[in-house]
Design a binder for this molecule. Structure first.
Ligand code: NAI
Length: 357
């Protein structure tokens, strides 16, 4: 006999039901779970994107997040030249987080996996905020769905791609010396930011780091012979390069006049508070490398694992992020547009679409 835990009913709805190619709502009363799967675009292949597991204030907020993140995955895969569309799912946390390996957690992701299986391979889930490798294995083994559950952490590959992006932007601005002698500020030195700081340091940059975990920031600064800065002050430090590698929406219209760095390149998704920040950055003489271009190293590594690439092939594909950034910055200069617009145009061309923006 299963104990039924009905989810709290909500009266709100999906605000933009047509934002994605498909937006699928999933309900299971036995495990007391609601979820939204957003498949944004399958032009280039099945929609691949992580499963986010967290609480949301409303159905609308959950659906919006799934759709927005799915659209970003479409752009990321198109720019990275990967054979995937964009998708994302959110599983709504409704109570305490079930412990890893608990029967409760397993039942939840098994049922979610069955819902994913109904998409017949159109949606391929992976790990995202709040989900674990074991959840992907449950989706695959108990739910019967295809899931990407590579045991290799994508973070070092994401970091390598961010470094390649940062370096390409520095070469574009300053010539072949790359990061040598430049001052790089990294905000958030977790699994990606720490490695970005190390790579920049190895390339001759002076590195300053910021993290809410001040002990972690201090230890890294000591190791690299650099400094620390308060997290809130990081975007405004006297620097050449600012690398946001922690939270979203660090670059706001209000913040831009105070940013001293001439290059912004980092891992954090949704770095710009609003799309019009891209034009404001250009007007302020700041080169912004779009986050979905710079942080694609992780998905490239996942695909390399699926496609059976050698380590050398995967690393070369990650390093091509740098080449791509160089090309986008060239295009932006030549056409008098922002690097974001150049990236969106390139994605649209790959997707064979014209989007009125
Ligand atoms: P993480 O959780 O390992 O590290 C984040 C770090 O930022 C932690 O050290 C945390 O203490 C710190 N932090 C949190 N809030 C902060 C704040 N307000 N100011 C300064 N530091 C703060 O996360 P991870 O994996 O390094 O990811 C970093 C960013 O990159 C996230 O935005 C993530 O969504 C994005 N990203 C990560 C990818 C990956 O492969 N790990 C792939 C693509 C994007």
């Amino acid at each position: 006999m299963t104990t039924v835990t009905p989810p709290t009913p909500t009266a709100d709805a999906i605000a933009e039901p047509w934002a994605s190619e498909q937006t699928i709502t999933c309900r299971d009363d036995r495990v007391g779970r609601r979820a939204v799967i957003a498949i944004d675009d399958t032009t280039l292949g099945p929609g691949f994107g992580g499963v986010r597991y967290r609480a949301y204030p409303s159905t609308e907020a959950a659906a919006r997040e799934a759709q927005r993140l799915a659209a970003a995955m479409t752009l990321k895969h198109a720019l990275a030249e990967l054979p995937y569309g964009g998708a994302k799912s959110v599983v709504v946390l409704d109570g305490p987080v079930p412990a890893p390996s608990s029967p409760e957690r397993r039942a939840l992701f098994a049922r979610f996996g069955e819902m994913v299986a109904r998409t017949a391979g159109t949606y391929i889930p992976g790990v995202d905020m709040g989900t674990l490798l074991e959840d992907m294995q449950t989706i695959r083994d108990d739910g019967g769905a295809r899931a990407f559950c590579d045991e290799v952490s994508p973070s070092p590959f994401t970091a390598r791609g961010v470094y390649a992006a940062m370096r390409a932007a520095a070469v574009h601005e300053h010539g072949e010396g790359g990061l040598d002698g430049l001052h790089v500020v990294v905000q958030g030195v977790g699994s990606v930011g720490e490695e970005v700081a190390r790579l920049a340091h190895r390339d001759g940059a002076r590195v300053t780091v910021a993290d809410i975990d001040t002990a972690r920031a201090q230890a890294l600064a000591t190791e690299l012979g650099g400094q620390t800065v308060a997290t809130q002050a990081a975007p405004f430090a006297e620097a050449d390069v600012f690398a946001p590698c922690a939270v979203a929406r660090v670059v706001t219209r209000e913040a831009i006049p105070r940013i001293r760095a001439r290059i912004i390149a980092g891992a954090a998704n949704d770095t710009l508070d609003t799309p019009d920040c891209a034009e404001a950055l250009r007007a302020a003489g700041i080169t912004y490398v779009p986050d979905f271009v710079a942080n694609a190293g992780g998905v490239i590594q996942v695909h390399g694992g699926v496609a059976g690439w050698s380590d050398a092939e995967t690393l070369a594909a990650v390093d091509r992020i740098g080449t791509r950034v160089g090309e986008l910055l060239e295009t932006a200069d030549t056409e008098g547009i922002t690097p974001l617009e150049a990236a969106l145009r390139r994605a649209d061309a790959a997707l064979g679409r014209t989007v009125a923006r």
